[in-house]
Design a protein around this ligand. Structure first.
Ligand code: PA5
Length: 441
C-alpha cells in the first residue's frame, strides 16, 4: 500500500501549524467522503475499484482476443489529456524499457498533439504493421483526437475495407452524446462507455485506461485490486491517513510560499506517472488565482540538468519523491582488477543501492538548500501497486483541493484557448471572433 513520510518537511513548518492543517484536511476528507462538496456530480471515480463489473472486463478481454486472432500487432490509441495520460503512464511503467513482450501488440498514442510530423510517422509505422485503433474521447468533440481519428479512420477503411474497419476500430466515449458516439453507431464500432460522473483526469480506472492497458498485455484485474485495497486504506478519518497527511502538508507548504511541487522519481519508467499526476493536480487545483504548480523531474538524470536550480535557485518549491521500494531486477557492479575507473569500492553493490544512496544524498542536500521533501512509497512497479498509487493520488487530490477551497472536478480555464484556435481555424460560428483575434496577432 502507499506510504507517506512528511518528516523531510519538519524543519520548515511548525508542528502546531501542521496539526491545524491536518484538521482542515480532515474537514475536506469529510466533504469528499460525504460527497457534498463542489463538483459532487463527478465522484464516480471514488468507487470504481469496487464497482467495475466483471462483464466490462470480459468485454475488454474479448476485444483483446479478437484482435489477437486477427494478428493485430499495433494498436493506435487516440486521445488527449485525461483520455490519454493514465493509459500511457501505466503502459510506460509496466513495459520493458527496450523489448516489446511477445504475444501483445505494440501500443502507440496519437491525437495527443497537433504535430503533422508526429502523425505522419505514426502512419508510417501503421503501414508496416497489422493495425487497429482505439479512439477515446469522453466529449467526442476534442479537436486533437478528432483530427487524428479522421486520418486513422480513413487509413483503416482504405487498408482493410469498410466491414473489417468496423471490427478494427473501438471507441471509448459518452453513452449517448458526441461525435464519436454518432460515428460509432453509424459505423458499427464496438464501444465502451466513459461514465458521466467520472471526469477525464480521474478516468484511468474506467475503460479509458483499462482498455489500452489490457491491450498492451497487462493485468487490469490486479490493477483494480490494488486500487480497491488502497481505497479501503484511505477510509479512516485519521491524522495518520496518508492522503490527509499529503493534503495537509502540501497546503501548509503552499501557504508558506512554496507554490511549486516537484514530483521526483528515480526510475525512468515513472516519467509518465509524473505527466499523469501533473494533469491531475494542475487541472484540479489551478483555479481562481490559486493552486500549487505541479512540476516533475526524473532523477538521477535531472540532477544533471535541474539539480542546480532546485539546490540554489528561487526558493519556491518543495519535492514529493515517488519512491519504489524494490527494483524488479538485480544488476551488480562487478570487480575490475585494473580499477581504472576507480569504482572497485562499489564492487558487489547493486545499482539500485547506488540509486538509493543518490536519493538519500539528494534528500539531505535539498533540505539543507531550503527545499522541503515528502516521500510517497510504493512497494514495486506492478499493476497492483500502480492501481493503488492511482487511487491514492486521486483521493488525495480531492482532499487537497477541498482543503484549498477549490472544486477539484471542473476545468473552466481549458476552454479559453479553444475559442481562439477555432476562430483562427475559421470554424463555422466563430466568424466574429476571427476578425477580432486577427487584429491581435
Ligand atoms: O481531464 C479532462 O477533463 C481533460 O483532460 C480531458 O480528458 C481532455 O480534454 C480530453 O477530453 P475528451 O475526453 O472529451 O476528448
Amino acid at each position: 500500500m502507499v506510504k507517506i513520510n512528511v518528516g523531510g518537511c519538519g524543519s520548515f513548518v511548525k508542528d502546531s501549524d501542521y496539526k491545524s492543517y491536518v484538521a482542515k484536511a480532515l474537514d475536506a476528507f469529510d466533504t469528499l467522503k460525504a460527497g457534498n462538496g463542489a463538483g459532487n456530480d463527478f465522484l464516480g471515480w471514488k468507487t470504481l475499484p469496487v464497482d467495475t463489473p466483471e462483464k466490462l472486463l470480459d468485454d475488454i478481454d474479448s476485444v483483446k482476443a479478437d484482435w489477437k486472432s486477427k494478428g493485430v500487432d499495433l494498436v493506435v490509441v487516440i486521445g488527449i489529456g485525461g483520455s490519454y495520460l493514465g493509459a500511457r503512464c501505466a503502459i510506460e511503467a509496466l513495459s520493458h524499457s527496450f523489448i516489446r513482450p511477445e504475444g501483445s501488440p505494440q501500443v502507440i498514442f496519437a491525437g495527443n498533439n497537433l504535430s503533422e510530423d508526429y502523425i505522419a510517422e505514426a502512419l508510417d509505422l501503421a503501414k508496416t504493421r497489422n493495425t487497429a485503433v482505439v479512439v477515446i474521447s469522453k466529449s467526442g468533440t476534442t479537436t486533437e483526437p478528432a483530427i487524428a481519428f479522421r486520418i486513422f479512420k480513413e487509413y483503416i477503411g482504405k487498408t482493410y475495407g469498410a466491414t473489417e474497419a468496423s471490427q478494427r476500430i473501438v471507441a471509448v466515449t459518452d453513452a449517448s452524446k458526441g461525435a464519436v458516439t454518432t460515428l460509432s453507431d453509424n459505423m458499427g464500432y464496438r464501444t465502451f462507455v466513459v461514465p458521466d460522473n467520472v471526469g477525464g483526469r480521474y478516468s484511468v480506472l474506467t475503460p479509458v485506461g483499462l482498455l489500452p492497458i489490457a491491450l498492451a498485455g497487462f493485468d487490469i484485474r490486479a490493477m483494480l485490486r490494488g486500487a480497491a485495497d488502497e481505497m479501503k486504506e484511505l477510509q479512516a478519518r485519521s491524522a495518520e491517513n496518508p492522503a490527509v497527511q499529503y493534503a495537509a502538508m502540501r497546503n501548509l507548504l503552499y501557504d508558506n510560499g512554496k507554490a511549486v511541487e516537484i514530483l521526483v522519481s528515480y526510475n525512468p519508467k515513472l516519467v509518465y506517472f509524473a505527466e499523469w499526476w501533473k494533469q491531475l493536480y494542475g487541472e484540479s487545483e489551478g483555479k481562481e488565482g490559486k493552486g500549487i504548480f505541479p512540476a516533475s523531474v526524473a532523477n538521477t538524470a535531472d540532477l544533471h540538468s535541474m539539480g542546480q536550480f532546485i539546490q540554489e535557485g528561487s526558493r519556491v518549491m518543495f519535492e514529493t519523491v515517488l519512491n519504489v521500494e524494490k527494483a524488479a531486477r538485480e544488476v551488480c557492479v562487478g570487480p575490475d582488477p585494473d580499477n581504472l575507473d576507480c569504482l572497485n569500492y562499489l564492487a558487489g553493490s547493486r545499482v539500485e543501492h547506488c540509486n538509493a544512496m543518490a536519493r538519500l544524498g539528494v534528500k539531505v542536500a535539498h533540505i539543507d538548500g531550503g527545499v522541503p521533501q515528502m516521500e510517497v512509497d510504493i512497494e514495486k512497479i506492478d499493476e497492483y501497486n500502480l492501481g493503488a498509487a492511482f487511487y491514492f493520488f486521486e483521493f488525495a487530490c480531492g482532499v487537497s483541493a477541498y482543503t484549498l477551497g477549490i472544486n477539484p472536478f471542473n476545468q473552466p480555464g481549458v476552454e479559453a484557448y479553444k475559442k481562439n484556435m477555432f476562430a483562427l481555424l475559421r470554424k463555422p460560428g466563430y466568424e466574429a471572433q476571427t476578425e477580432e483575434i486577427l487584429k491581435r496577432i
